[in-house]
Design a protein around this ligand. Structure first.
Ligand code: NAG
Ligand code: NAG
Ligand code: CA
Ligand code: CA
Length: 273
């Protein structure tokens, strides 16, 4: 029956005298059908199988070449895509965050620079030391010439009660500065911070350091009447110069005195706000 159908069809085609391709295909089927109906069926099935196989290979190859094509990508591929886009989004977020932080850093650096610039001159302007009333500034120290008279130990105590000490004079400049503060009088004399009360003729400053050199009057110190404390004399009886004006004298004499307060530490604490 199948062969008959093919025959009818073939006959029909032959009658119509179709194009060459169709004619030769019909001829092939005619020759195959001549070999037997089952053989034709087998060959058709085989051809179908081959076409199917080729199609499967082609589709698979297409998938491999274009993994993005179609929504039928395997699950692991979908996950990977999600992760790639997630990572891309994260990278973009981080880039934006980085830009934001760089801007913030630049802003803060500028602010800091401005602050340093405004602070630097403030330190400079506050650097000069100011002394309390009646105290005189020289080389970061303030000096007081007392109005009252005391003996040497009481003078020492008074200076200490003022956060100071009896004057310690290391340089000719300092000696001359103090000398110029003192009024010249009959025998004007002022205690300062020098004594050999511990060991005779071993003169020490009130801070315990030894006196090296000094500005003694010629012939002084002479311990004339057990004299263990030093004073500066500025008299109009005799011509005197600042660098030859120290005498030793009995510590119990009542005289004005010179206090000194170092201001370096106070200057560093008096920082700007
Ligand atoms: C100023 O004070 C410093 C520190 O006490 C001292 O080393 C220096 O010799 C002083 N200068 C003068 C001129 O007295
Ligand atoms: C390899 C990898 O990071 N895989 C992750 C992809 O994203 C999903 C959820 O978004 C995670 O569960 C996977 O671990
Ligand atoms: Ca003495
Ligand atoms: Ca003397």
């Amino acid at each position: 029956m199948y062969s008959k159908l093919i025959d009818t069809e073939a006959g029909h085609e032959e009658v119509h005298h179709g194009p060459d391709v169709g004619h030769s295909a019909v001829g092939l089927i005619q020759r195959l059908s001549a070999a037997g109906p089952y053989r034709l069926a087998t060959i058709c099935l085989a051809a179908l199988c081959a076409i199917l196989l080729i199609s499967i290979i082609a589709v698979t190859a297409q998938y491999k070449n274009k993994p993005q094509g179609g929504g039928e990508a395997p699950l692991w591929k979908q996950t990977q895509e999600v992760n790639v886009s997630t990572l891309t989004a994260t990278i973009n977020q981080l880039k934006q965050e980085k830009e934001r932080l760089q801007k913030e850093r630049d802003y803060l650096q500028a602010k800091l620079a401005a602050k340093v610039a405004t602070k630097a001159p403030a330190v400079v302007t506050l650097a000069p030391i100011t002394c309390p009333n009646d105290w005189h500034l020289f080389n970061n120290s303030c000096y007081l010439i007392s109005r009252n008279s005391r003996d040497w130990p009481e003078s020492k105590s008074f200076c200490e009660s003022q956060g100071a000490h009896l004057a310690i004079i290391h340089t000719a400049e300092e000696q001359t500065f103090l000398w110029n503060l003192l009024p010249r009088g009959h025998w004007n004399s002022y205690w300062f911070g020098i004594t050999d009360g511990e060991t005779e003729d071993e003169w020490k400053w009130v801070d315990g350091t030894p006196v090296i050199g000094g500005f003694w009057e010629v012939g002084e110190p002479n311990n004339h009447i057990n004299e263990d404390c030093g004073y500066i004399v500025k008299t109009r009886v005799l011509e005197r110069v600042p660098i030859r004006s120290w005498y030793d004298a009995p510590c119990h004499m009542y005289l004005p005195f010179i206090c000194e307060k170092e201001m370096v530490a106070s200057a560093s604490t008096a920082m700007p706000h």
